[in-house]
Design a protein around this ligand. Sequence first.
Ligand SMILES: [Zn+2]
Length: 144
Amino acid sequence: MMGYDALLFSEPDDGQMVKIALAQGRTVITRDTGFMQRRAVTSGRVQALLLKDSEPLKQMRDIIGILHLSNEYKPFTRCLECNTELHYAEKTGIAQMVPPRVFEKQEQYMACPLCGRIFWRGTHWQAMKKKLYDFSRPPENPGE
Ligand SMILES: [Zn+2]
């Protein structure tokens, strides 16, 4: 959502994740304390961030704070499905690819050159924009 190059790793083999992190210069973000004990991590060859909180909003605040990310970096410039950078799409070329009522209302579209998904600033986009805003707000203090 924020426009950062991110890769979801869902295979069970951590060794493969280490290889990819090294080859691509990625920081591993994990909830797995065991992963943090791997030699590649303790030696500093692979950068890894252990998330201690299970709540997504707190996790995002930790990631943004610790990695010094900006939540307004390049929002909505990458495909949410496959991580590829999006391109602006001509409205005339996508009439058949979006619902008619969307096509009527929306003027600007982004397209993924890899998986072909089309994105526009609809209600889902507005909900995500609010999420990005929430990431930047300081945590609420329930005691006050
Ligand atoms: Zn895509």
